[in-house]
Design a protein around this ligand. Structure first.
Ligand code: ATP
Length: 356
């Protein structure tokens, strides 16, 4: 388990002081993956450096398995760092060393014997599916393979915490999925607490159990993924929903967005709401995904009824949270989704929605 308590990082002094991390409280249990997301400049890299203890926090604590590490002397800190394995963007492998030699580095620094090092490196490369690439240099490996070597190296000293700092950024979707799958498997096998820093919303959905949103150095929202996704008022939950591409509303109807949660909403909610308000409910777009075994998602529906209170009550009766879109919002949802499908820029569009 890793806990950050009132973690604060200030750069500079006096009038030039800049508070980059402001009293962060984060807890990640062993076996849990927490995604930390945030716009550029929110403080993600600084957070990663404080967690990996490369930067000392100005105040507050980094606690791993009950032991406070942030206040240790330099000598003790070097030992304490072993509890936290870090994978960086583009793996940061040494180009003149083979995959096996890169994985061996932390063991060599520690003075582990050659025989033990070889056994551990073989085991790690096997675990990340790269035994057959042991003697290849980084330039001979694909981006995904380099990340796997980076993960193997991060695990060399048997840490209890894995910190992933934008480790999937720049990878194609297929490679990202395979790296995410590996991280989840390793979390299960080794009972790791994983802090997964990313700006990619799609990756958060694939990898995380919970998510925290960092903005201007503060955690402005955090929770379990399933709770964020089923909370109609959560900006992070909305940003995590895959982009919809709604059909244009039918003439004479207005568009409503509803949030769906399979724990509380009956499967035939469309028919029921339609029967209650006494007119058709047209489905314009919908997305459902299973998170922790719960079906979550949102839908855009078109309804002609003008009695907004009656419509809202009908949705509420079946556990659906609903918002009526203005005609401008409905048109913009149709257009922006259409734009995003032609440019395949959905992550940017979603991020823009979150950070706006
Ligand atoms: N050494 C430093 N001295 C002063 N200010 C710093 C220092 N390092 C970072 N900052 C400032 O702290 C803020 C957060 O930076 P940080 O790199 O942690 O954000 P980020 O969320 O990782 O951004 P990005 O996604 O663009 O990498 C920025 O305003 C940055 O200018």
């Amino acid at each position: 388990m890793i806990s950050l308590r009132q973690l604060t990082k200030v750069y500079g002094h006096g009038p030039d002081a800049v508070t980059v991390l402001d009293n962060l409280d984060i807890e990640v249990a062993s076996g849990e993956i927490l995604a930390v997301v945030g716009p550029s400049g929110a403080g993600k890299s600084t957070l990663a450096q404080c967690i990996s203890l490369l930067e000392r926090p100005t105040s507050g604590s980094v606690i791993v398995n009950g032991e406070e590490l942030s206040g240790l002397s330099e000598a003790k800190l070097r030992v304490a760092r072993r509890r936290i394995g870090t994978v960086f963007q583009s793996a940061s492998l040494l180009s003149r060393k083979t995959a096996a030699e890169n994985v061996a580095l932390p063991l060599e620094y520690l003075g582990v014997t050659k025989a033990e090092t070889k056994a551990r490196v073989d085991e790690l490369l096997d675990r990340v599916g790269l035994s057959h690439r042991a003697n290849h240099y980084p330039f001979e490996l694909s981006g995904g393979q380099r990340q796997r070597v980076g993960i193997a190296r991060a695990l060399a000293l048997r840490p209890s915490v894995l910190l992933s700092d934008e480790a999937t950024s720049g990878l194609d979707p297929e490679t990202t999925r395979s790296v995410v799958k590996l991280v989840r498997e390793l979390r299960d096998d080794l009972n790791l607490a994983v802090v997964f820093i990313t700006h990619e919303m799609d990756t958060v959905l694939q990898v995380a159990d919970s998510a925290a949103r960092l903005d201007h150095g503060r955690i402005v929202e955090q929770g379990r993924l399933v709770d964020l996704l089923t909370n109609h008022d959560s900006a992070l939950g909305r940003a995590l929903q895959p982009n919809l591409n709604p059909s244009a509303p039918l003439p004479g109807t207005r568009s409503w967005v509803v949030t769906y949660d399979s724990r509380t909403v009956p499967a035939d909610w469309l028919q029921r709401v339609s029967a209650d308000i006494g007119e058709p409910v047209a489905l314009l777009a919908a997305t459902i995904q299973s998170i922790d075994g719960v079906g979550t998602g949102n839908a855009t529906v078109g309804i002609a009824a003008r009695d907004d209170v009656a419509v809202e009550l009908a949705f509420a009766k079946y556990g659906l949270q609903a918002t009526l879109l203005t005609s401008a919002e409905a048109a913009s949802a149709t257009n922006s989704a259409a734009d995003s499908t032609t440019t395949s820029a959905t992550p940017d569009t979603k991020e823009a929605a979150l950070w706006a």
